[in-house]
Write a protein that binds this ligand. Structure first.
Ligand code: NAD
Ligand code: AHE
Ligand code: ZN
Length: 368
């Protein structure tokens, strides 16, 4: 079949809207009509050539929602007509990681996913007979895409696609980092570095679980009013003060119980660790740093009880947890609507990248 898609033919070049050929689903795979997709900073990072796994030409996008249109042989968990969210972190429920009870990082298809191909080693997309690669196993910047059955979460049918798509990455990543990874408790002090599409969801997650102080840190002063809407109690612009760490330690009477990096900047990651409370403070890295960057701190920071850890997709097991997060949204426990600042057609998708880089959007969503 044919599908309209925004293709990343080369790094650092705008996406091009073209009509592609798409092969149907094979054994264990499903064809999904993407109805809406968000644009996450990780898409921009890959398009900018900063991802060590970046492959071109490919179809980016990993924050979508849509409808199953066809299923391949052997598919049992979903059927045509089901509403689904594609999962860049699948949940096979059979691999060592899924069975461990210790992680959401299913390993069933990670190797082929990182190479831009389906589990059988081939790509379903082509243009003028040449292969176009998948991205993060999702490729939601295409109107139709093919996914392994284990990489779709079935969601309720009354959830609007243009909001539900954000659960495919940003909402789950931010809220889940608080509830699944850090397990923030009522009364804890929390610091969030980077108040964009992920950081605001960390803030609303921290508010939801009853955190005490929720301190936001961002270089962009316009993010202050945004973060206040979701529960931030104090704002710090690092450009306006001399020492971010000292100020946070002072504001929290000794340091944060939990901090979260949602910037991808390795200097901010260091500050996020070092502003944690001596003896127990935990810093969670969510931001994705560009290829070649490394984190550093004095080992003494860890010797004296600070903990450094990371979180992918908010520690969420996709097929199990994503439908619950959609429920939370539908029940009004978490907000999504105000964070979707821009909605556009596929032909305007490059504007979404510009708005993100200019710090003017929280989330842009493309409607097909
Ligand atoms: P975004 O562009 O919407 O927000 C980033 C924010 O960080 C902006 O407000 C920016 O002003 C701020 N910022 C940048 N550098 C800063 C610094 N040095 N100090 C303070 N603030 C700074 O991006 P997003 O979509 O929210 O994504 C945030 C990061 O999270 C990206 O690195 C993205 O790749 C990553 N991410 C990770 C996961 C995961 O599962 N671990 C999931 C989604 C996104
Ligand atoms: N490909 C990069 C790493 C990118 C990365 O860390 N991705 C996050 C999700 S970001 C979503 O917006 C993730 O889930 N990582 C776990 C995984 O298995 O990829 C690199 O450095 O090579
Ligand atoms: Zn993302």
């Amino acid at each position: 079949m044919k599908t309209r898609a925004a293709v990343a033919f080369e790094a650092k070049k705008p996406l091009e809207i073209v009509e592609l050929d798409l092969e149907g689903p094979k054994h264990g795979e499903v064809l999904v009509e993407i109805m809406a997709t968000g644009i996450c900073h990780t898409d921009a990072y890959t398009l900018d050539g900063l991802d060590s796994e970046g492959i071109f030409p490919s179809i980016l996008g990993h924050e979508g929602a849509g409808i199953v249109r066809e299923v391949g042989p052997g598919v049992e968990s979903v059927k045509p007509g089901d509403h689904v969210i594609p999962l860049y972190t699948p949940e096979c429920r059979q691999c060592k990681s899924c069975l461990s009870g210790k992680t959401n990082l299913c390993t069933a298809i990670r190797a082929t996913q990182g190479k831009g191909v389906m589990p059988d080693g081939t790509t379903r997309f082509s243009y003028n007979g040449r292969p176009i690669y998948h991205y993060m196993g999702c490729s939601t910047f295409s109107n139709f895409t093919v996914l392994p059955e284990i990489a779709v979460a079935k969601i309720r049918e009354d959830a609007p696609f243009e909001k539900a798509c954000y659960v495919g990455c940003g909402v789950t990543t931010g809220v889940g980092a608080v509830t699944n990874t850090a397990k923030v408790q009522a009364g804890d002090n929390v610091v969030v570095f980077g108040l964009g599409g992920i950081g605001l969801n960390v803030i609303q997650g921290a508010k939801m679980v009853g955190a005490d102080k929720i301190i936001g840190v961002d270089l962009n002063p316009s993010k202050k009013k945004w973060a206040e809407k979701f529960g931030m109690t104090d704002f710090i612009n690092p450009r306006e003060i001399t020492d971010v760490v000292d100020l946070i330690v002072e504001l929290t009477d000794g340091g944060a119980d939990y901090s979260f990096d949602c910037t991808g900047n390795t200097e901010a990651m260091r500050q996020a660790l070092e502003c944690c409370h001596r003896g127990w403070g935990t810093s969670v890295i969510i931001g994705v740093a560009e290829a070649g960057k490394e984190i550093a701190t004095r080992p003494f920071q860890l010797v004296t009880g600070r903990n450094w850890r990371g979180s992918a997709f908010g520690g969420a097991k996709g097929r199990t947890d994503v439908p619950k997060i959609v429920d939370w949204y539908m029940q009004g426990k978490i907000q999504i609507d105000p964070m979707i600042t821009h909605v556009m057609g596929l032909e305007k998708i490059n504007d979404a990248f510009d708005l993100m880089h200019e710090g003017k959007s929280i989330r842009s969503v493309v409607l097909f």
